[in-house]
Design a binder for this molecule. Structure first.
Ligand SMILES: C[S@@+](CC[C@H](N)C(=O)[O-])C[C@H]1O[C@@H](n2cnc3c(N)ncnc32)[C@H](O)[C@@H]1O
Length: 452
């Protein structure tokens, strides 16, 4: 067995991060799109077998490239004792923080290590990962590091393993390109912490009068609900570059990474996500890279979470795909009486107040269930209803239940980090996304529904 802990230990970090903000910690984050049950559900929808095979809760390995302080990965490690988790990040303070939290929890299935992307390929073994996740990195680093990240992903993945990569994209960020450049240029003349430089740059930019009220409503709105430490990392970063999806597809192809859809449900169903005229336009574009750019243009997309397979992956026959989907477990994200039975997609509002959707919502009110356990509704109606509920944000894919002996220790460690430190908690069905600050007082109703 490969001693990954030994391989990743002790890599000296002393060269800075190629223009990335390295003198403040990025906020601790759990990103639900990268959780194994979510990725598996999205692959099943696309007719692709899970890297874990048909039975969940089998041993697997997940690597997080640019894991920040690793707290999101720590939640996954506590919720999936059957898995092994490896996080790498070039900021040694991130890794020190994550290691301290993991030690406090008592986790033995996670390794966190300081590596520059440029060095990690030499330090890490090949073919170890079923899942690689990389969130908020590709559009925040320079071109050479983008290549390192994709090459590292391809090296780490087993054949049929999946890379989930989240990045800022165009055309959505177009109105912000000049705003970020100006803010960063103005902040460059200011001393202080990254937070102080961001605030100073923002105040100086406001003074210039260069940007209209819409820009200020937008950034002030974000400042109301995102952690303060996020902003310097987004706006003071030298290589910040929203990307065209087609360019990402082409770059990934050079490393043998094959597109397999997306990890977030916004584009789960073309018939829900695209107007009929858009579907016609897209169908007439032969090049996958051009088609993805066109889809982003039509929908004004600003963030993507793309899935890529190492090699072709295993395609599911239609009957096998249906079985996989019926075997998939789901949890409700909100109380039954809060569900509106409508989803806002880029094509408009979809209304789906029907027997199948109501039966699913009723069944999940008591806790997570496999889709196939919902009685009295045909599978075609179940699939339509679960897709619509997923796109509406009313349900999320989860795993079958398992013992998670370190759940209480994980929550104690998170609470010790401070109120609002993180947006997830560990349950028998995986990690549940919760609001920052909600962990301290989750009531019995919420716990039962989320399987915590
Ligand atoms: C925007 S943060 C995202 C963190 C985490 N993935 C999340 O989404 O919460 C980008 C991360 O990439 C790391 N990073 C940036 N450039 C790097 C490089 N050249 N080598 C290694 N890590 C780097 C940073 O330290 C930071 O933790």
């Amino acid at each position: 067995m490969i001693d990954v802990a030994a391989a990743v230990e002790g890599c000296a970090v002393d060269r800075g991060l190629d223009g990335y903000v390295a003198d403040s910690l990025y906020p601790s984050n759990f990103h639900a799109a990268f959780a194994p049950p979510n990725i598996d559900a999205m692959l099943a929808q696309a007719g692709i077998a899970s890297p874990r095979g048909p039975a969940r809760r089998r041993p697997f390995t997940m690597v997080d490239i640019g894991c920040g302080d690793g707290v999101g990965l720590i939640l996954n490690a506590a919720a999936h004792p059957e898995g092994h988790f490896i996080g790498i990040d070039g900021n040694p303070d991130h890794i020190a923080h994550g290691r301290a939290v993991a030690a406090r929890v008592g986790l033995s299935n996670i390794d966190l290590a300081s590596h520059y992307f440029a060095d990690a390929r030499a330090a890490l073994p090949a073919g170890i990962a079923d899942y690689v996740q990389c969130q908020g990195v590709l559009a925040w680093v320079g071109e050479a590091n983008r290549g390192h990240v994709l090459a590292l992903s391809a090296q780490l993945l087993k054949p049929g393993g999946v890379l989930a990569v989240g990045y800022n994209c165009l055309p959505g960020w177009t109105p912000i390109l000049a705003f970020q450049q100006m803010l960063r240029a103005l902040a460059a003349g200011i001393d202080g912490t990254p937070g102080e430089r961001f605030e100073g740059g923002l105040a100086a930019l406001r003074e210039t009068g260069l940007f209209d009220a819409g820009h200020w409503e937008w950034i002030d709105g974000l400042r109301d609900h995102l952690p303060a430490d996020y902003f310097a990392h987004e706006y003071l970063n030298a290589n910040w570059t929203p990307l065209w999806s087609g360019a990402v597809l082409d770059a990934a192809a050079a490393y043998g990474l094959v597109p397999a859809g997306q990890a977030r449900p916004g584009r789960l169903r073309p018939d829900f996500a695209f107007k009929a005229a858009w579907r016609k336009t897209l169908a007439a574009i032969a090049s996958p890279a051009a088609r993805e750019c066109a889809a982003d243009l039509l929908t004004g997309t600003w963030f993507r979470t793309d899935l890529f397979l190492k090699g072709a992956g295993r395609a599911l026959a239609p009957a096998e795909r249906d079985r996989a989907r019926l075997a998939g477990w789901w949890a409700a994200t909100q109380p039954a009486d809060a569900v509106h039975f409508e989803a806002r997609t880029s094509a408009g509002t979809i209304r789906f107040d029907n027997d199948a959707a109501r039966a699913i919502v009723r069944a999940l009110a008591g806790g997570p269930q496999p889709l196939g356990a919902i009685e009295g509704i045909g599978s075609a109606d179940l699939f339509n209803a679960i897709d619509a509920l997923f796109m509406a944000g009313a349900v999320v894919p989860v795993d079958p239940p398992a013992d998670v002996p370190l759940a209480a220790a994980t929550h104690a460690a998170l609470l010790a980090m401070g109120a609002g430190a993180v947006n997830g908690c560990v349950g028998r069905h995986g990690v549940a996304r919760i609001a920052r600050g909600a962990l301290a007082d989750l009531d019995a109703e919420n716990r039962g529904r989320l399987g915590i």
